[in-house]
Design a binder for this molecule. Structure first.
Ligand code: GLV
Length: 306
């Protein structure tokens, strides 16, 4: 069996080591150096070029090495082999911790204390109880649901929104247009976990952002293109939005000249809220390949209709 690996330049050495550990009987071919296209059984890919997967006549299945599938949505042709996406609980946990960290930062007024320290100002602030602080999440997929449950377990009031109805323990779930208006207007902190699709491209624009309650904070951990960055900057400048935490950007790496870098009310991280760890990911993919060979399909098939 031969595995084609393209981790798009991310930690190829670690991916190879993890493949050797969890799939010791498989040979590894590192894209783009493929000596024998007919030998490839499985492709493990991230940001792979459109059309290339058609070159492997014996390809049995494709495993995408991340959670987002927007690069697959841009493919003009899909291979005959099924594609599965990675849902790694370790990544979901990292993302939940990232959001919890920033939720605490704003709920407990740590942002204010940081600014006070610059002025050597000693002044305690009253903070709402966690239950009095409402976090609204847009998108209740595998990652959004995990973030919502983590925040609810820490005592926050959590509202979740999805296009179709969902139910989650400890989370008030709303859907549709009306549900959206209410989760926006009640949020102290809004978390964007929406996948990037043609429907969500530029979704967080002035009409959505102005429906937030005054002083709300916005956290984006999904894809930069879901956010209209100019509208966000206007919302911050007018004071309607009091802060933003951005881990993802419409252009990555974020260009040095972007005004997002220097805005006093924006925190920027370089797309690290939940990175795929080759070790945990390969454990999952190796199990899925073993299941696949026995005719059991992995849980998260990629499809264009979702
Ligand atoms: C990272 O952004 C991913 O989609 O896995």
């Amino acid at each position: 069996m031969t595995i084609l690996l393209n981790a798009d330049g991310h930690e190829h050495g670690q991916w190879c080591a993890a493949i050797k550990t969890y799939l010791p009987a498989h040979d590894i071919v590192q894209y783009p150096y493929v000596p024998d296209v007919a030998a490839i059984d499985y492709a493990l890919i991230w940001n792979h070029p459109d059309g290339d997967l058609d070159n492997y006549p014996n390809l049995r299945a494709v495993f995408s090495l991340g959670s987002g599938v927007d690069y697959l949505d841009r493919f003009l042709t899909l291979p005959d082999a099924p594609i599965f996406r990675l849902v790694d609980p370790s990544m979901a946990q990292d993302m939940a911790h990232y959001v919890l960290y920033w939720t605490l930062h704003y709920q407990r007024a740590f942002e204010t204390y940081r600014l006070q320290q610059q002025r050597a100002q000693w002044a305690s602030r009253s903070a709402p109880r966690a239950s009095e602080f409402t976090v609204s999440l847009l998108g209740l997929g595998a990652i959004g649901s995990h973030i919502a449950k983590t925040l609810a377990a820490s005592g926050f009031t959590v509202l979740g929104w999805s296009r179709s109805p969902k139910a989650l323990d400890g989370v008030v779930c709303r859907h549709g247009e009306q549900g959206l208006t209410s989760v926006l207007s009640e949020a102290d902190l809004l978390v964007c976990c929406l996948p990037l699709t043609p429907k969500t491209d530029g979704f967080l624009d002035v009409s959505i952002l102005s429906s937030l309650r005054r002083g709300a904070v916005v956290v984006n951990v999904s894809r930069g293109a879901v956010m209209n960055e100019a509208d966000l900057l206007s919302g911050l400048d007018s004071g309607h939005i009091s802060g933003a935490v951005l881990d993802v950007f419409s252009v990555e790496p974020l260009p040095a000249e972007s005004s997002l870098w220097t805005h006093p009310n924006i925190h920027i991280t370089p797309h690290i809220s939940g990175a795929t760890g080759p070790g945990t990911a390969m454990q999952i993919i190796a199990r899925q390949i073993a299941d696949f060979e026995r005719g059991i399909l992995p849980l998260y098939p990629y499809s264009r209709d979702v």
